[in-house]
Design a protein around this ligand. Structure first.
Ligand code: PHE
Length: 445
């Protein structure tokens, strides 16, 4: 059978979850929202909202055992074919991949820089990053091409030989590198300051925006709302305890985010740098600190960006499998052909997105004051993902046979756990998503 082994599924799902969101985004939003209190809210958001939807998607995939577009219909009580529209999530994933791929390309660029030396003053560090994004089109397209070919090559090999194998290798390596960096950060004087920053709640900076950012991050970091968990779970071994594996994935994902945060803040505080640098934290502030450590800094920096690369690649392949599985099942396209089609789509869209940030082409690719890249990010993260999450809640909460649902859950967990999950999926999570959604659209403040 072409199914994941038990550990293969957990590693692949964790490989998808652990990505740029954990190592790049989590630390910088934690920095922006003031540390400890934000981390606490994030932990609550992951365990209540993120995990609830993760379990839901995993259930749908495992029961239906098909692509995400057909899965809702198969699992629904009435087998009503209009549930197929829930499959629009497949498109969300491939659109995200278009820009996720060239961001991984930026990481490749920083790995190369680690060999020659990082910039040693803030102006140079800022120029390096800004030039890459706004001027160096050829270089970005080259890296984007390398990333696309790599992702396509792995995906073409299939679930077992491609996805599972890659994750079996890269995830432990990623763990090892992060562990090494953690040990190193432990030796710095700033380690305790980093711990304090991450875990001592400072409620001053907390407002409704931090709560919304935490919920949004919980969604993104667990790869929810874009058919990934459904697709991977369709290849899960039938006997697997999907609740337990979901919890394990959430724990691994959270652990990586926390460890990345500790490492990065220990590094930053060791040089007296601020925690509020925003998206440039990893690409501008960190290289500057690495440069002050000489050759050792080059090694640490290289290790750091390689970790980021591994995290990114395992997430990228998970974005390609859902549309591919759909094409293969629905249109009987071969794996090779499907991979080529999907890859071409995200590759070309990615090129337009990266051009939209360039000085030369930006103005042609900016619509209503947002460039294409911002639009793609906005339409996926702020619109499509919350809508999918909401549909999944309503679907399992109200449109499937509840006795059947209870029966399938209670094979693995006791009745009380099931009841708590059901209350979350029926009432609490959908309401939370609606509030988040309306706020993102600017309808409520
Ligand atoms: N979960 C990944 C991260 O944290 C990102 C991702 C989002 C991957 C959506 C796949 C799908 O970076």
């Amino acid at each position: 059978m072409n199914n994941f082994s038990r550990i293969g599924f957990i590693l692949a799902a964790a490989g998808s979850a652990v990505g740029l969101g954990n190592i790049w985004k989590f630390p910088y939003i934690t920095g922006e929202y003031g540390g400890g209190a934000f981390v606490l809210i994030y932990l609550i958001a992951v365990s209540l909202i993120g995990l609830t939807i993760f379990i839901a998607e995993s259930y749908i995939g495992k029961e239906a055992r098909v692509n995400a577009a057909d899965a809702y219909q198969i699992v629904s009580k009435s087998k009503n074919s209009s549930w197929k529209f829930a499959g629009f999530q497949i498109v969300t994933g491939i659109v995200i991949l278009s820009f996720y791929a060239f961001i991984i390309g930026w990481i490749l660029n920083y790995i190369l820089i680690s060999f020659t030396g990082f910039p040693n003053d803030i102006q140079k560090a800022e120029n390096l990053f800004n030039n890459l994004v706004t001027k160096e089109i050829g270089k970005q397209i080259l890296f984007h091409t390398i990333v696309t070919l790599t992702v396509a090559y792995i995906i073409v090999k299939g679930v077992k030989e491609g996805i599972e194998k890659l994750n079996l290798i890269l995830m432990p390596l990623l763990g090892l590198i992060l562990f090494g960096l953690l040990i190193y950060s432990f030796t710095l004087d700033s380690f305790s300051k980093a711990l304090e920053f991450m875990f001592m709640p400072n409620w001053d900076k907390v407002n409704e925006n931090s709560i919304l950012a935490a919920v949004g991050q919980a969604f993104f970091t667990l790869s929810l709302g874009m058919a990934i968990v459904i697709t991977y779970s369709a290849s899960m071994d039938k006997k697997t305890n999907f609740v337990k594996s979901s919890i394990m994935v959430a724990v691994v994902d959270t652990a990586v985010a926390l460890v990345a945060g500790i490492i990065i803040f220990a590094f930053l505080f060791s040089a007296g740098a601020k925690s509020t640098a925003g998206p440039g934290l990893v690409f501008i502030s960190l290289p500057l600190i690495f440069s002050t450590w000489g050759i050792f800094g080059q090694i640490v920096g290289c290790a750091f960006f390689v970790a980021l690369l591994f995290a990114g690649i395992t997430s990228a392949i998970s974005l390609l499998e859902p549309p591919l599985m759909y094409l293969m099942e629905r249109y009987k396209v071969s794996r090779v052909k499907g991979t080529i089609l999907c890859s071409l789509f995200f590759y070309i869209l990615g090129i337009f997105a990266l051009l939209s940030m360039s000085e030369d082409f930006g103005k042609f690719l900016t619509f209503f004051e947002k460039n294409l890249f911002d639009w793609l990010d906005y339409l996926t993260s702020s619109i499509a993902m919350p809508i999918s999450g909401f549909i999944t809640c309503i679907f399992l909460g109200y449109f499937v046979d509840q006795q059947e649902l209870e029966k399938k859950f209670t094979i693995h967990v006791n009745k009380i756990v099931f009841k708590i999950w059901l209350a979350l999926i029926r009432y609490i999570v959908p309401i939370a998503i609606i509030i988040l959604f309306l706020n993102k659209l600017g309808i409520i403040k």
